[in-house]
Design a protein around this ligand. Sequence first.
Ligand code: ACM
Length: 640
Amino acid sequence: MRLPPFFAVAIVSALAFIPSATRAAEPGRTISVTRLGLIPLPRHVTAYAARWHIPMTVRITATDSAQRNVADFLQRFLKKRGIAAKIASTGPAQIMLSTTAADARLGREGYRLEVSGNGAALSANSGHGLFYALQTFEELFNPAQGTDNAIHQVTITDWPRYRWRGMLLDCSRHFFPVPVVEKFIRVAAHYKLNVFHWHLTDDQGWRIQIPQYPLLTKIGAWRAGTEVNGNPNDIDHQRYGGYYTDAQIRQIVAYAQRRYVEVVPEIDIPGHCTAALAAYPWLAAAKGPFQVRETWGISNVPLTPSRRTFHFLDTVFGDLVSLFPGQYIHLGGDEVSGKAMNVWEHDPVVRKLMQSKGWETPSQIYDHFVRKMVRFIAEKGRHGVVWNAQPARSLPAGAVVECWTRDSSGIARAYAEKGHDVIIANAVKLYFDFYQGDRKYEPHPTEGLTTLREMYGFDPSSELPQSLRNRLLGVEGCLWTEFVPTARHLFYQLLPREMALAEISWTPLKDQHYSDFVKRTTRQYLWLRANGYNFRVPPPSLHFVGTGGHATFIRNPYRNLIDYKTACHSGFVHIREPVPDAVIYYTLNGAIPNARSFRYVGPIHVRLIPGHPLQVRSVAIDTSERSSAPSRLVVQSTRR
Ligand code: ACM
């Protein structure tokens, strides 16, 4: 019998495949793990200089449905690299998938990945872990070289730091169509995040179809105009809006599920509801009419606690429960201001309720809303998630609290002490609408600054004392979109910071080192570019090395300003840029560089003249002609 060539290859490879458990020290010399460019950094990695040269046709074994799901992703990935992969349930194969890792340390999301000279074995206890093994496996390929299919041999054992690794997208302030939402989920899953928190309603737009209340989307999904550039007196008078149909929501949930991402929908009550009030004014604690908000501020009119309102909420949250299969449903609960409390005080429905219950403050109306909806969600077998109030309120057992307010150390502790699980979404450190560098060079930002370095340096566990850390479910980044109108801008705000979020939430604290992380981002920029993601090109970093002397420096990471003082007569300025292939330009006269400035090809020799500080400014322009913000270095001579 003559075997077709493919089988010959398969059999030879299968014979040559040495099961990893019996592999001797044969791969030889190890290399630095940093070179692999893995993000988030796995827990235990050994990387070898030797590579596996992947043949042009391979077999993958996958037996159960979770393995087949991951095998499908793998097959598509390999196809893009010119490798034809056949998925089989039995027989020899170069790539073996297994969900019976039988290693309790791995839990549901951990995995083992072994690449030898002849093949790869990905194993986990479930599809979740197997999917993460695949993400790491894919990262071993150089994203820039479509035809180079040689990857380093490795042994990796890995599992996450936190269970909840989330990213919020606000689709109310600006609406993003299904493909953008999927793209957002895809990159989150690539970085092993596992929660997509979908902020679906707010004062500026209601984005989910509820069949029993059609006006929510007919009226509530549209506003007559939008505030321009953060100026509430400047409205563009363009009708703006959109919403997701049931079918689109199911599509997104399925898309996320295949990537082991849980979608946590949020309907924000009892404040942040103007879009719903515009549709159904009887929901309001004050007299209407109401308009979907065109400006970014928050509204002061909350829901009224009438029977009709609770019937409405039962329907809306009932629909959420049936559309979203995950364990968690978010009911908002943030920013019910003092003014909103005043509105409640004047609402006859509130007065009557307070009288009958013997309540003394309108904040008990807040508690009433949250309590009722958390209980409703619990009856459906799910957990209600609530933004923290300030100060902490009393909530029903089982409610999970997402702590966002800035002094969240006290807040997380207060809720954890009351027995609630908490998620840290600190509004300085983990807010992706905040700007990433010198404000002058950033697109219109929200009020605060959160650099990549600062986000990376945030330790969520520091928000809780040791004794309460078992209450810490995990971390979440929030991308509010008041000032983020386009998908391009959305991904600019998200990337590269989402890599920092991923590493905070996955990698053990002791293994988090910023300078190592930045080196690993280099390969990731190639991946982002190859996959069509916009990102912020980080400004180049500048260093001065004095000749035959010492230079002290003061760094200001916020503004990419680096100042040196030195007694040296001369020295070299070194410029580094993490985005590969980006071209670095510089000036020595204080001007902002552009593509006509000097091109950096190596360390710049400079002379230092007393009384004349040397100023070097530089930008990086990447292959897609994205320019970084400028960075600056000043060297002052201390000689007279
Ligand atoms: C929030 O930023 N209001 C949760």
